[in-house]
Design a protein around this ligand. Structure first.
Ligand SMILES: [Zn+2]
Length: 83
């Protein structure tokens, strides 16, 4: 499942931010705080450049579901950013 992480800043700033900050969020189903569940890299295209950005993964210990925290400039149905 995907959770949209509202992030109004630039892609470059996101890449720095995501490596230094532990994002806390709650399960959309049961409200429990989610556990860290690693991350993966994803390529996004913005104008003429491509960026590889880390996507944080979280897991709910109660629902046993895994969530991907997708920054708001990436949309699940497109590999293109929407700036
Ligand atoms: Zn849950």
């Amino acid at each position: 499942m995907t959770i949209i992480l509202e992030y109004p800043h630039s892609i470059k700033r996101y890449i720095k931010f995501i490596n230094h900050i532990d994002i806390e969020c709650n399960c959309p189903f049961c409200g429990r705080p989610l556990w860290n569940h690693g991350k993966y890299n994803r390529t996004v295209h913005h104008k003429t450049k491509s960026y590889v950005i880390p996507i944080i993964r979280k897991r709910c210990p109660d629902c046993d579901k895994t969530f991907s925290l997708l920054p708001s400039f990436v949309r699940p149905w497109a590999r293109f950013s929407n700036h």
